[in-house]
Design a protein around this ligand. Structure first.
Ligand code: CA
Length: 425
């Protein structure tokens, strides 16, 4: 089925800002609370939130095979379960409805008043009920940097890293939408000379710059997904800040891996940008040497050229960009991650979320965590107002953004932001 919605020549009758993340070629999916306090599934063009439940009730999708209440829900899980063919039909139809020369909705002011909301009047919700969340560790630069810090440069990459997309099972209950404040976590840290572990608010609170992909129902228990079909099961992506408490993590992670240093909060951007919308930004990933095992060998252009940025804003102060990275640096692709995830027969379901792992680039200004940017506190990062940061302070807001840009077309994710509040002792 063609992606007519991706046609870069398309223009909409809606007024959209010139530099928006959400042109008519994006058509992301999300869930929002309207000014009338109704939860609905919607999309966004420019600064308009569009109520898909209302569009469906008014008959705009009537020849597409959808249940009556598919958009009148508080999560996208059922819609995502409908599969890729339906996502494409709906996305193409939304694009047609808002096409400059299509008068059907454009000239129907009554319908417009039921369907269109100023984005400022809406309150974004979590777009999916995340059943299971898995976090990978797929940037070679990040794994090398962290390995160097903890084990020295000689042993930076462990022997399995170049053969396996390393991951762990995370915690889905604490995934929160952009704009939700987080509490500085409390926990144990490495003992001092007296052998007694430290206890209290984390002193080394960090962000991790990641993307996360959201799947449809992928495989039955005991079956597996082949690398060639893996992308068919990926609905879309969100920006993902995998908040991390480095002092809690350093003490607890041996031998079973991350636990409470990670599970206190992960912030996502609220509009799911479909994999289809990102097609124009496909690019070849890093060369994989040694060649992966056959079940992980993939075709060309499985990575995506998407600029990613992190900024820090202290309270009542200016915003400073502290990192510029790119999703294309990911060593193991999403297709490889999903294939590997199911190779043992583990079933993946609609609404599951897979974090990429921190995406660090090759240069010091492209590292995706404060741990790397400040080299574990040895090289403070200076903000615009002259103060330094080694990690994240109370009342700092961490703001992530990401977008692909090519031939004048920009497809973005909006914002993934969260403010840190002091620990509650
Ligand atoms: Ca992570």
């Amino acid at each position: 089925m063609p992606f007519t919605a991706n046609d870069p020549k398309r223009k909409t009758w809606l007024n959209t800002p010139a530099e928006t993340d959400f042109p008519i070629q994006n058509i992301p999916f999300g869930v929002f609370l309207t000014r009338d306090d109704i939860i609905t599934i919607g999309t966004r063009i420019g600064d308009y939130a569009i109520d898909l439940g209302a569009l469906h009730q008014l008959g705009y999708f009537k020849d597409i095979d959808l249940t009556d209440d598919i958009f009148l829900q508080d999560t996208l899980n059922d819609f995502i379960s409908d599969g890729r063919k339906t996502w494409r039909l709906v996305r193409n139809r939304i694009s047609d409805i808002f096409l400059k020369d299509n008068p059907t909705l454009r000239d129907n002011l009554e319908h417009r008043s039921n369907i269109l909301f100023d984005i400022e009047e809406t309150e974004m919700q979590l777009p999916v009920n995340v059943g299971d969340y898995t976090d990978f560790y797929a940037s070679k630069e990040h794994a090398t940097n962290v390995g160097s810090l903890f084990r020295g440069p000689e042993n930076a990459l462990l022997p399995n890293w170049l053969h396996i997309p390393i991951g762990y099972h995370g915690r889905s209950s604490s995934i929160i939408p952009s704009g939700t404040p987080i509490r500085r976590p409390i926990g144990q840290s490495k003992p001092g000379d007296d052998g007694i572990p430290g206890f209290g608010p984390s002193k080394l609170l960090d962000f991790e710059l990641e993307m996360a992909f959201i799947t449809t129902d992928t495989n039955d228990l005991g079956k597996r997904v082949t690398i060639d079909e893996a992308e068919d099961y990926i609905f879309g992506l969100v920006l993902f800040n995998d908040w991390s408490a480095r002092d809690i993590q350093a003490w607890e992670y041996v031998p079973l891996g991350p636990f409470l240093g990670k599970s206190f909060a992960s912030t996502i951007s609220t509009w799911i940008v479909t994999l289809d919308a990102l097609e124009p930004f496909r690019i070849q990933g890093p060369k994989q040497d040694p060649t992966p095992l056959p079940y992980l060998q993939q075709g060309k252009n499985k990575n995506f050229d998407i600029k990613m940025q992190v900024a820090i804003q202290p309270e009542n102060d200016v915003v400073t960009v502290v990192s510029n990275s790119n999703f294309k640096y990911m060593y193991w692709s999403m297709a490889q991650q999903l294939t590997h995830h199911t190779v043992n027969g583990c079933n993946v379901r609609s609404g599951d979320m897979m974090g990429s792992g921190t995406i660090s680039g090759p240069t010091k200004d492209s590292y995706g965590s404060m741990l790397e940017l400040s080299w574990r506190g040895q090289n403070p990062v200076y903000l615009k107002n002259g103060v330094e940061r080694k990690f994240i302070n109370d009342y700092d807001t961490v703001i992530m953004r990401a977008f692909g840009e090519k031939d004048g077309l920009r497809i973005g994710f909006g914002e993934c932001s969260g403010k840190v509040l002091p620990a509650k002792e």
